[in-house]
Write a protein that binds this ligand. Structure first.
Ligand code: UTP
Length: 403
């Protein structure tokens, strides 16, 4: 089928509206982008693929339970990490729009009297695990097509913040087109589609696509510790967490913080039709949000921090399963009818994203693992206010990090 026939079939002929105005190089690039469109994801606009099921509370390990067996978990964890069985996966493919910086989020300087980049702080956290376990932890960094070169260059310029370069691999996540409310794919310029990263749930398929599972680098890896770029306090490949998850016999572990109140705006761990899942705060009814278990704690009180441990063999097993695509309303910069680029003030279309919470569900079993919020959770989503550079700075200082 020719390109124009394909576009006609999907009602997207407008993508070639400016084709004749483009240089031959731009034409080639536009055709390449069109050739890479996964037409199936557009179906998500009409068929909501996200599974829904009966929601019930999930059991997790509380701080007290962890403290009671800390020595044992730590020993198992240290052994596992030292044997090279845990790889760290840094999710740095997001756009960080809320922070409002055009550079990759990890390049943001959170220092006060000296530069301290988010990436640098994460590497420091990982180095402390390596020292504690006398181990070398492979580090995989997921970028996206737009921020990949800048991210790599930044790490190179800073000599990988002292982490051995041979232990680091970068891989690029796939992009997905954005559409207007009418389902038409938006254009960023006359020769480029408005593409955005396809969500953090795409990390494993992107790792496979990059060939990283085959080149021997991850030969000994049995667990992947996948974590967000923006929580500067998190411990990475934390031996106690690793030990607890390995000992639980579950396929996955999730670091969680206790919700401070029923209304807190954080996704909570739960079961859906018996499978581990994450329920967003707006999906919980006020009654469910306030429900308490026999221990007096909120039944849906394990707030996710986006720090997961996934068993490698289970990931391989579920790799072929289709992960649902979520349709998310966003403000998307694009060409208007007159062919002029505009950055909208309000939401004007949809992005398609795969979410890591669906990986958790596919894993079949998961151990929520409670951490002390003030010691391990300082997400940077915004410049000011809640979950911001300001709150993270305060928490880092409280934990003895000199800014
Ligand atoms: P967020 O949901 O906070 O999204 O990502 P974001 O893109 O960073 O920020 P906003 O919403 O535009 O302000 C949580 C984690 O998932 C990663 C992010 O880099 C962050 O570590 N992520 C998100 C990806 O790696 N790829 C994506 O496509 C989306």
């Amino acid at each position: 089928m020719s390109v124009s026939e394909t576009l006609k079939k999907h009602g997207q002929e407008h993508l070639l509206r400016y084709y004749d105005e483009l240089s031959s190089e731009e034409q080639r690039e536009l055709l390449r982008q069109i050739g890479e469109i996964d037409w199936d994801i557009l179906k998500s606009l009409t068929e909501d693929g996200a599974p829904r099921g009966e929601v019930s509370p999930i059991e997790g390990l509380t701080l007290a339970q962890i403290a009671a067996r800390k020595g044992q978990y730590e020993e198992v964890g240290k052994r596992t990490v030292k044997a090279g069985k845990v790889a760290a996966v840094l999710l740095a493919g997001g756009q960080g729009t809320r922070l409002g910086s055009s550079a990759p989020k990890g390049m943001y300087d959170i220092g006060v009297t000296r530069p301290l980049y988010i990436f640098e702080q994460l590497i420091e956290n990982l180095k402390s695990t390596c020292a504690a376990c006398d181990a070398e932890v492979p580090l995989l960094i997921m970028t996206n097509e737009k921020n990949d070169a800048e991210t790599r260059a930044f790490f190179r310029e800073h000599a990988y913040f002292g982490y051995p370069e041979r232990l680091i691999r970068f891989f690029v996540q796939a992009m997905a087109p954005s559409v207007g409310f009418d389902g038409k794919i938006l254009m960023e310029s006359k020769g480029r589609l408005a593409l955005s990263p396809n969500g953090n749930g795409g990390w494993y398929s992107s790792l496979i696509r990059a060939g990283l599972l085959e080149d021997g680098f991850l030969k000994s890896v049995e667990w992947f510790n996948v974590f967000a770029v923006d929580n500067v306090l998190q411990r990475i490949a934390d031996p106690v967490f690793v030990g607890a998850t390995v000992s639980s016999g579950k396929n996955c572990g999730a670091k969680a913080v206790r919700k401070t109140c029923p209304e807190e705006r954080v996704g909570a761990m739960c079961l859906q039709d018996g499978l581990p899942s994450v329920i967003e705060y707006y999906e919980l009814s006020p009654e469910m949000a306030a429900l308490r278990g026999a221990d007096g704690e909120l039944a849906y009180g394990f707030g996710v921090t986006l720090n997961y441990l996934f068993r490698a063999d289970k990931l391989r097993e579920i790799a072929a399963e289709k992960i649902p695509v979520h349709v998310v309303k966003k403000k998307i910069g694009c060409l208007n009818e007159a062919g002029v680029f505009v950055q909208p003030e309000t939401e004007n279309g949809y992005k398609f994203e795969e979410l890591i919470l669906d990986t958790v569900r596919l894993m079949g079993s998961c151990l929520p693992y409670e951490v002390v919020r003030e010691k391990e959770f300082a997400p940077i989503k915004n410049r000011y206010g809640v979950d911001s550079v300001d709150t993270a700075r305060k928490l880092l200082e409280e934990n003895g990090v000199k800014l």
